[in-house]
Design a protein around this ligand. Structure first.
Ligand code: G6P
Ligand code: MN
Length: 440
């Protein structure tokens, strides 16, 4: 039996928490848990889920201590892994991040373009505070961060805590895409590996193979020529996500060298996406009316219940599986392979060594061990240079409250380009975010 772990879920009020609990249960023998602390700064949302979560955990992990708290000291004083999934400003602010750009004819998305900038500026302050609070109690606790926009958060935390080797930033999109590739290829996800390079939400698969070296890349490319790319769980996805996957097919009609991350759609086809978007009903609304509603309904059934009869236990969440598998790989020094975020430091020799890049590698007790990638070609390098400059300037704009850097960041972003539009959208974002950040 493996030694068991203590974990803290930060931003436990997320509607994704029940699915994360599902992954804890699914993987409970591989990653046994002694204690789980559900922490949120307010209990408005966690209180709706507490009965459900307690009931599920009692059924499947009766010996695990379960704590719900709004106190950061209780959350961090005795824990091995902090799994962070906070959303500063909640859904309400997500909605502004998506709608304000659309009013200006720009992509309205929570992690890419002006919305990602606005959200990044909000996440940075709370993430820096969280790391300080965790470190007040322990230097050893691992911080696995899923808070978005991971690209901005990762660059920011690296600037503020350059020596801290136990902060890991995560994204489930490559992992999710690989689950979809595995389904298409009729193989198990665990048997598939990839080569990949890029920045977060801005990268490419360059090889898909199994661990015996059997190459599936061309099979996949052929498949995409004649078939729509669908996520592995297409029946559960809303139309906007299905369209997102379809634009991988569209991208490949122009550039069929590598398979793009789905998020590249915002940078390659912004006009089409704006035209397809409804400024009065965006992904924030869609997520609230679908996933969130289902979660509240499911949790409501657990109020006062003593058994799980008639109550669903959600499993099969990519982000939940990723979080727990990654913690497992670190805890037991397994060196399992992931697509991970790491400081470049020569992994891509012809790219900025300070940038936080996304590549394949493994995780063990010393953290990430990225694989060497090698030089990248001018097309990708050019795209990534501008995007990295955008990320860096966003972080500097936040830390220095520098308006000019913010304007430069937005102008560099491929979803914007035009400084007039950058200025106009920035004005509205400043107004909407006045409780969170300011620029001088
Ligand atoms: C993907 C991304 C995440 C993002 C999520 C949003 O999984 O990798 O970074 O948080 O999509 O999903 P949603 O369903 O909330 O729009
Ligand atoms: Mn992501």
């Amino acid at each position: 039996m493996r030694e068991s772990n203590k974990i803290t879920i930060v931003g436990a009020g997320s509607a994704r928490t029940p699915a994360l609990v599902g992954s804890m249960i699914k993987l409970k023998d591989r990653f046994p848990l002694k204690k789980v602390i559900f922490y949120d700064i307010d209990d408005e949302r966690t209180s709706k889920m507490e009965s459900y979560i307690r009931l599920v955990l009692k059924n499947y992990m009766a010996d695990t201590e379960v704590i719900f708290t709004t106190d950061p000291d209780e959350a961090y004083e005795d824990t091995d892994f902090v799994l962070c999934q906070m959303r500063v400003g909640k859904n309400e602010m997500r909605s502004y991040d998506e709608k304000i750009p659309l009013i200006h004819g720009l992509v309205g998305q929570e992690t890419c373009g002006p919305g990602g900038f606005s959200y990044g500026m909000r996440s940075l302050g709370a993430m820096i505070e969280m790391v300080n609070q965790v470190r007040k109690h322990s230097k050893d606790t691992w911080i696995l961060n899923y808070t978005n926009p991971a690209a901005i958060v990762a660059v920011g935390l690296d600037k503020v805590f350059p020596e801290d080797k136990r902060i890991v930033n995560l994204c489930d999109q490559p992992y999710s895409m690989m689950r979809s590739f595995a389904k298409i290829l009729g193989v198990e996800q665990k048997d598939l590996r990839a080569d990949y390079f890029g920045l977060n939400h801005f990268g490419w698969f360059t090889k898909i193979e199994d661990y015996n070296g059997r190459n599936y890349f061309h099979d996949l490319m052929d498949y995409f020529k004649n078939h729509d790319f669908k996520p592995y769980n297409a029946e559960q996805r809303s139309q906007s996500w299905l369209n997102t996957y379809l634009r991988v097919n569209k991208y490949l009609k122009y550039f069929d060298e590598y398979i793009p991350n789905t998020y590249l759609q915002y940078y390659f086809f912004p006009e089409e996406i704006v035209a397809e978007s409804d400024p009065n009903y965006t992904r924030a609304d869609e997520a609230k009316d679908s996933r969130e509603k289902e979660v509240w309904e499911m949790c409501a059934k657990a109020e006062g219940a003593t058994s799980l009869e008639g109550i669903e236990v959600v499993t099969n969440s990519v982000f939940g599986d990723l979080m727990i598998e990654l913690a497992e790989s670190i805890a037991y020094d397994l060196h399992k392979e992931f697509i991970l975020l790491t400081k470049n430091t020569g992994i891509i020799p012809n790219f900025n060594s300070e940038a936080i890049i996304e590549v394949a590698g493994t995780f063990g007790k010393n953290g990430a061990e990225p694989f060497q990638y090698g030089d990248i070609k001018p097309f990708y390098k050019g795209l990534m240079e501008a995007q990295y400059a955008y990320e860096l300037l966003t972080v500097e704009a936040y830390l220095e409250q520098d308006y000019t850097k913010a304007l430069q960041a937005l102008t560099l972003n491929r979803t914007i380009v035009n400084p007039e539009k950058a200025q106009a959208v920035l004005k509205d974002l400043i107004e909407a975010n006045r409780d969170y950040w300011t620029l001088n």
